[in-house]
Design a protein around this ligand. Structure first.
Ligand code: BEZ
Length: 211
């Protein structure tokens, strides 16, 4: 059964480039991004891990730790990280899980046999402080992911965790938000003191509450 939003992210013990870790302990009370790549020493994956390394400050600001995984070995990871650092002008600053026996890949359903029966697809799991899965994404091997989009989703998730709002299509941090339909009109002034706009009874906007 595939993992679904709201499920507890399965715990596991794994070897990584930064030592052995127990996933839930490593997550602690923060947010996490677990993302798989198909294979070490491949071009798209090289740009992806370099991009995540360069975004560390952005992930840190949001209290999010990133961790990558593929079915390659620790030895391969270490060698390839040298190439990533060299070609992407960065330093890989997050752990990369070595999963040659596919324990974690199978636990998270990261191998899609009709796409490739040995390599992981490009999966992303955003995990909240409650260890629940908040987002899943699956990209094919030929398409590198947009990690600015991952940060954008994290901004939306963290906002919705604290305020009774959702975010509209293409929303970016700082833009108006949608008031949840569960909020009664009469409660809007106290919950959203910055004001509101009512377009339809179910479509009400407010300035971003945490800005
Ligand atoms: C890549 O990262 O470029 C890649 C990896 C596996 C299959 C195809 C492309």
């Amino acid at each position: 059964m595939p993992l679904r939003l709201g499920d507890i992210a399965p715990d596991f013990k794994a070897e990584t480039t930064e030592g052995t870790l127990q996933f839930h302990d490593w997550l602690g009370n923060g947010w996490g991004v677990l993302f798989s790549h198909p294979k070490d020493y491949t071009p798209v994956c090289t740009t992806e891990l370099g991009t995540v390394a360069k975004l560390k400050e952005q992930f840190d600001k949001r209290g999010v730790q990133c961790i990558a995984i593929s079915v390659d070995s620790i030895r391969e990871h270490h060698g390839w990280i040298g190439d990533i650092n060299e070609t992407q002008n960065t330093r890989v600053n997050f752990p990369v899980i070595a999963d040659p026996d596919r324990t974690v890949a199978n636990l998270y359903d990261m191998i899609h046999p009709n796409a490739d029966d040995t390599l992981t697809v490009r999966s992303v799991f955003i995990i909240g402080p409650d260890k629940k899965i908040k987002l899943t994404l699956t990209y094919p091997a030929s398409t590198g992911r947009n990690f600015a989009e991952i940060l954008r989703v994290i901004d939306s998730l963290q906002l919705a965790a604290k305020h009774k709002v959702a975010t509209p299509a293409n929303w970016e941090d700082g833009q108006d938000c949608i008031i949840m339909t569960s909020v009664k009109d009469e409660d809007i002034p106290s919950l959203f003191p910055k004001g509101s706009r009512k377009i339809k009874p179910y479509l009400r906007y407010t300035p971003q509450p945490n800005k």
